[in-house]
Every structure is written in C-alpha cells, then in structure tokens.
Write a protein that binds this ligand. Structure first.
Ligand code: UD1
Length: 356
C-alpha cells in the first residue's frame, strides 16, 4: 500500500508524526510525505520535523503565504502533478488548515481516496476558515477518523454513511504520550525566568482575535490585568507579531518570545499554573495533562475538553477573562478526565483500518 501523507502548517506536524512512525513499522506500507509549504519559517516548520523525528518530506510544494483563495489554489495546482506521478493508493490529510482541504479536493477529483484524520469536529461558526475546511474535507473524504464522540454525532447529523466513520482517538495525544519523557530535558523555564506552577502560558493567533483592533485591544487589556498577578510567557505567532507591533501595550510581566519548538512548548505548558489560548490543539493537550485552560473564544469544536477536561470557554470579554483567570489560579488540577481513546494508539488504529 502506497500512501501520500500531507503536512502543511504547524498544527499538522504533531499530527502526522505518529502516523509516519506507524507506517515505518508496517511491512508492505510505504508513504510519500508531502509538505505544502503553508508554514515555512524554521521555527514554524523545520524545528518540528527535527524534534519529532519526522522524515524529511519527499516533496515540498513551497506555496508560502497568501489569501485563502490564492493559498488553497496554489496547493491544488502544485499537488495535482504529484498525485498523477506518484499514483498513491490513498491520501491522508489531517486537521483543518487550507492545505487539508486543498489536497483532499485535488486527490478526490483524480479518483484517489482520501482519509481525513480529526474528522467530525464542528465549532458551528462558519466565520472561522477552519470550520469551512472541516465541513468540506469531511464531505469528500472516504475514511473519517474521529478523535472524540462529538465527531461521530456531528457526522451522523450531516447524514454521513456510518461505514465511513471510525472512532480512533487523538493522534496529537499519540505524539504527546511518545514524547512526554523528553519535555523536561527541553528546558525553557529558566531561560524565561519562571518557576514551575508560578506562571501562565499565552498563545493567540486566530484572525478573529488578532486582526480586529477592537477585539485585540480588549484581549490586551485582560492580559495586562492577569500579568499583574503572575508572569506570562507568550510565544508570539508571526501573524500576531505584526499586529502587536502596531499596538501600544504596557506588559512588563509578559515575556514575548519567538515561536517555540514542540518539546520546549510542551514543557512550558506542562508546568504552567494555567494556559490562555485561542488554539484548538492546546485545548486538547492541556486536557490530557490536567493543566487548566482558558480558551479565548466563544465556541470550541472540541467539546470533550470542556465536558471532561480542564477547558473553560471564557469568550472575549475582558472582565470575564480576568475573573476566569482569578478562578484558574485556584483550580484543582486533579478534577479532570482524559477522553476515551486518547491513549497513544490512534495512529495504530488508523493504519489498521486503512490496511484492512
Ligand atoms: C494557519 C491555519 C490555522 C492554524 C494556524 C496555526 C488556515 C486557514 N489557518 O493559520 O488553522 O491554527 O495556521 O499556526 O490554514 N507566516 C510567517 N511564517 C510562516 C507562516 C506564516 O511569517 O512560516 C505569517 C505570514 O505573514 C502569513 C501569516 O503568518 O500571512 C498567517 O499564516 P497562514 O498560514 O496564512 O495562517 P495562520 O494564521 O498561520
């Protein structure tokens, strides 16, 4: 069996890593790794390949940044000849970025079946570009690999044939389980001058949060208040850095740092008092680790992190965020459950299904 595995943007890399490790263990299964180049900075891409021991991509489409239409179209244009030449038996796409839908659509139209890993997640917010990517990718994929029960329900309500749906667990947690022993050696806390359990980790990059100055200004006001009580370590996404450069802020207790590698970041998260984020994946990682997470959004496509995990949706209102941060400082770390099948073996189940 010859597979083509797609990696495009940072949150894809920790999802494809365990799939590539699993394929390497299986006799008779081979994979071409295609990097679309959606993320290209060393700290947004190459560092993850090194730390997660992902083989060097066989092909780099080097699409780079662009508007949604330009980026998606460019991936499709450059991926089509690759599929025609490689003739894979199936294409594996993960997550919900532009590269995910672009490669899925290209493959399906050439008659190559597609497996979508992390299928069925829905925020029910169609203003989010990722929600459109999720809906479209699920509609055209042949295998839908689901990470939490809400995914099964959502796909059922959309009329999806249950024979296409497989509840396999969470590949990102596979990576976490496999790398966990290496987190503490990655360091980082001393470099940022913080002590375990006495700081907050912050990430912000959603267009809806950072691109609108009124929303972003409100978030900065909340961050100003939180940092008076606890230092904040804030690895800044390139999109957010551009916006911050244009804002005047007074954040003396916030350490603004470059995007971090997987191991350093996970070490910081594991030791944090709590995390504030608008990322999707970090909601799941904090749930697994039992670290309180305040999600700076009005919705989540990952409800099991709220129902069972440590996640609280705090929205974008500064006063609500400040109040939630005061509660999180006192949160009980033991009061959480790890969702079903988040056990480090999702990739194994995926390759089992595909080889069957
Ligand atoms: C993309 C994904 C989002 C994911 C996020 C994680 C889509 C629609 N969005 O958003 O789901 O949560 O990645 O990071 O696919 N840039 C660099 N260096 C890079 C990459 C980007 O400087 O290596 C800058 C560019 O100026 C670019 C901007 O960041 O215009 C945004 O990058 P882009 O890939 O378009 O979207 P993200 O916001 O990263």
């Amino acid at each position: 069996m010859k597979l083509s595995v797609i990696a495009g943007a940072r949150p894809n890399f920790m999802k494809i890593a365990p799939i590539m490790w699993e394929i390497a263990r299986r006799p008779g299964v081979t994979a071409q790794l295609v990097h679309t180049g959606q993320h290209y900075d060393e700290k947004m891409s190459k560092l993850f390949f090194e730390q997660l021991q992902i083989p060097k991509p066989n092909i780099d489409l080097e699409v780079g940044s662009g508007s949604h239409a330009v980026q998606t179209a460019e991936v499709m244009k450059r991926f089509e000849p690759v599929v025609l030449e490689q003739k894979p038996d199936a294409v594996i796409v993960v997550g919900d970025v532009n590269s995910t839908i672009a490669c899925a659509m290209t493959a399906v139209k050439l008659g190559v079946p597609v497996a979508h890993v992390e299928a069925g997640l829905r925020s029910f917010d169609r203003t989010m570009p990722e929600e459109i990517n999720r809906l479209l990718t699920d509609a055209i994929s042949d295998w839908l690999f689901v990470s939490e029960p809400s995914g099964i329900e959502n796909l059922k309500k959309e009329g999806t044939d249950p024979k296409r749906v497989f509840f396999v667990g969470n590949v990102m947690i596979d990576t976490l389980v496999a790398c966990r022993d290496r987190f503490s050696a990655a360091g980082g806390l001393d470099a940022f001058g913080v002590r375990p359990n006495e700081y907050v980790v912050l990430t912000l990059h959603r267009p809806a949060n950072v691109d609108d100055p009124a929303v972003f200004g409100g978030l900065i006001r909340a961050i100003e208040a939180v940092q008076r009580d606890l230092p904040i370590v804030f690895p800044v996404h390139p999109r957010t850095r551009k916006i911050m450069a244009a804002q005047s802020t007074h954040l003396p207790n916030v350490k603004l740092v470059e995007p971090l590698g997987y191991l350093e970041f996970m070490n910081l998260v594991s030791n944090a008092r709590f995390v504030m984020t608008d990322s999707g994946g970090i909601q799941e990682e904090t749930t697994f680790l039992g670290v309180p997470c305040l999600t700076l959004r009005n919705n989540t496509e990952r409800p099991s992190t709220v129902d069972q995990g440590t996640n609280v949706l705090v929205g974008l209102d500064p006063d609500r965020i400040i109040a939630a941060a005061q509660t999180a400082v006192r949160a009980d770390r033991s009061a959480h459950r790890v969702p079903e099948l988040w056990d480090g073996r999702a990739s194994e189940r995926i390759i089992d299904v595909l080889t069957r």
